[in-house]
Design a protein around this ligand. Structure first.
Ligand code: AMP
Ligand code: MG
Length: 435
């Protein structure tokens, strides 16, 4: 049995304002999301539009495809000529992609044709090359024997099959993925109207933090959160602006946050949001936001403390310093908010029901526990879940192993084989096994 104990500082009543009630996760997230607005639209070259959201519906300026063409290599024919097949036809020309034939089919004739070539005048069907032979008495290719009758329209990709002129290609709000980019390119759209992606300033605060190349002095640790959080920003498809490490000093914190809101669309900072003696972030953010900052104690474990508010109308996230708490907080609050700013509609991670492969017990503390977990698809095609190791919120290795967070309510006692809800962090790393 694995008993998940909350880290000491999260249980210590002296480290928090006892009057501060725990807020349910949904309520805290709703507050954050309501405060974050979609950014304005910009016109971008098509090349740069991947992972952006269309701000305007796109309509077809012309039918797609623009001309009827063949889907197969073979012979363009008049289908009526093939009704009594096998039948011999005279080959009068050759057409290939980019080289249309200008000839017109008369009864009894065919045109050799390659995939993508326009359907010649007079033809209404394609006979696949596999369904033809050369006449035994004439191997020159000037005549062809069609083995079976073909129906009108066989292997023809008709003009306007996909879209007629003026049809909606994609509605506003569509996320541009490679296939959308390809479609827009096929319509000749070299620019698109999309919502701007937020640029996100990332900074770490704490006197104990040093850059990763520096030699560690007594009590010092390397700043891992900036790497963790900036790369999470990148994984959202967004640009991170690195604001470095800031000492536990009111003026320096104020300078860094002010720079962040001037240069970026949102600020994500970690550390200093607890109630420790040197946690100045609260004082500074309260001042800079003119009291607009909200200090929340969210009913989750880890990542209970969250500071969130607008400074100069830009969202500022004060995440807890413990690396696991920082990432969980980013996942739950910052990620959906940043995606909303980018105009995205699917902003939450996928939640799935899994089967616990081991007993999971959490104590009764009124919080939703988000446990680092590994899920995999087993031979029963169900998703199975195991915990990824020690659940301390300072431990990065189990977090790195995890591809999901198990959502376990306060006081739950889940037996092996029972259901457990999981939030998928890394869908590409969900393995499929035979066990
Ligand atoms: P704080 O939220 O500032 O009270 O920090 C809580 C814990 O997280 C402390 O043990 C800090 O040393 C640690 N911590 C804070 N910021 C970072 C960071 N950027 N990288 C790694 N650990 C951190
Ligand atoms: Mg600190």
């Amino acid at each position: 049995m694995l008993l998940i104990a909350a880290p000491y500082h999260e249980l210590d009543p002296a480290s928090y304002d006892a009057s501060m009630a725990l807020i349910p996760l949904d309520e805290a997230r709703e507050y954050v999301l309501t405060s974050c607005q979609r950014l304005p639209a910009v016109r971008l070259p098509l090349w740069e539009s991947l992972d952006h959201v269309l701000a305007q519906a796109v309509t077809a300026p012309e039918p797609v495809p623009l001309f009827s063409s063949t889907a197969m290599d073979g012979f363009a024919v008049r289908s009526s000529d093939t009704q009594d097949a096998p039948v011999e036809l005279v080959v009068i020309d050759t057409a290939s992609a980019g080289h249309p034939s200008t000839a017109e089919l008369e009864p009894g004739t065919a045109i050799r044709i390659m995939t993508g070539a326009p359907i010649p005048k007079g033809a209404d069907a394609i006979v696949k090359v596999e369904d033809t032979t050369l006449p035994p008495d004439d191997p020159s290719g000037k005549r062809v024997v069609v083995a079976h009758p073909v129906k009108p329209g066989a292997h023809v990709r008709p003009r306007g099959e996909s879209l007629l002129q003026g049809d909606e290609v994609f509605p506003a709000g569509t996320l541009i993925r490679p296939a959308h980019l390809g479609m827009l390119a096929s319509l000749g759209m070299d620019e698109v109207e999309v919502y701007k992606l937020p640029k996100v300033a990332v900074l770490s605060s704490g006197d104990e933090l040093v850059e990763i190349r520096d030699t560690l002095g007594p009590g010092q640790i390397r700043d891992s959160n900036r790497y963790l959080l900036s790369s999470s920003v990148h994984q959202c498809g967004l640009e991170a602006l690195d604001l470095g490490i800031v000492r536990d000093d009111k003026d320096l914190i104020a300078q860094a946050v002010s720079l962040g809101v001037d240069k970026a669309d949102a600020v994500v900072m970690s550390g200093g949001v607890s109630m420790g003696d040197f946690d100045y972030v609260k004082v500074v953010l309260d001042e800079l936001s003119r009291g607009n900052m909200r200090w929340m104690q969210v009913a989750i474990q880890p990542a209970k403390p969250l500071a969130f508010g607008l400074i100069k109308n830009k969202p500022v996230f004060g995440l807890p310093g413990n690396p696991v708490s920082s990432l969980v907080s980013f996942e739950l609050f910052a990620r959906p908010a940043l995606l909303k700013m980018a105009g995205r509609t699917h902003i939450h991670r996928l939640h799935l029901q899994t089967i616990a492969d081991e007993e999971i017990v959490v104590h009764s503390d009124g919080k939703l526990h988000l446990l680092r977990a590994v899920i995999h698809q087993a031979s029963d095609t169900q998703l199975h879940l195991r915990l990824a190791g020690n659940q301390g919120s300072h431990l990065l290795k189990p977090l790195a192993r995890a591809n999901a967070l198990a959502l376990v309510p306060s006081g739950a006692n889940i037996s092996p084989g029972e259901r457990v809800e999981a939030m998928i962090l890394d869908p590409e790393e969900v393995g499929v096994t035979n066990d």
